[in-house]
Design a binder for this molecule. Structure first.
Ligand SMILES: [Zn+2]
Length: 122
């Protein structure tokens, strides 16, 4: 057998296997960022769980600071707000109403999982 043809067949087979593997990957694994509540969120997947979730400035891509000090002083849950502040460009900055930092992260995670579920459905 001609060596060149043999090598070509091997490469072609590997290429087809790669395509099949890539297409069979769960779609949500490539869903790793989204703008929610006015800020850019990035995360990784560990099986079906969202890990390393953090927020970034949609303008300069800098990691944001979460400020929920205001919510600590408020007793009424509906008055609590968590702010996302960019210390780099002073712009952007989203807000999630209804709770503190932990609440905000849970809300965002829930939104991401919901979107990921929709991706799986397609
Ligand atoms: Zn910024």
């Amino acid at each position: 057998m001609n060596l060149a043809i043999f090598l070509f067949a091997v490469v072609l087979t590997m290429f087809i296997l790669f395509i099949l593997w890539y297409k069979s990957r769960p779609k949500h694994l490539s869903y790793k960022e989204e703008i929610l509540y006015g800020v850019l969120w990035k995360w990784s997947w560990k099986k079906d769980s969202v890990v390393n979730l953090w927020c970034y400035c949609p303008k300069c891509n800098n990691a944001l600071v979460i400020d929920d000090t205001f919510s600590k002083n408020v007793q009424n849950l509906s008055d609590k707000s968590t702010y996302f502040v960019c210390k780099n460009c002073d712009s952007g900055g989203g807000v999630i109403k209804g709770g503190d930092r932990d609440y905000a992260l849970v809300i965002v995670k829930r939104e991401i999982l919901k979107n990921a579920q929709n991706l799986k459905g397609n």
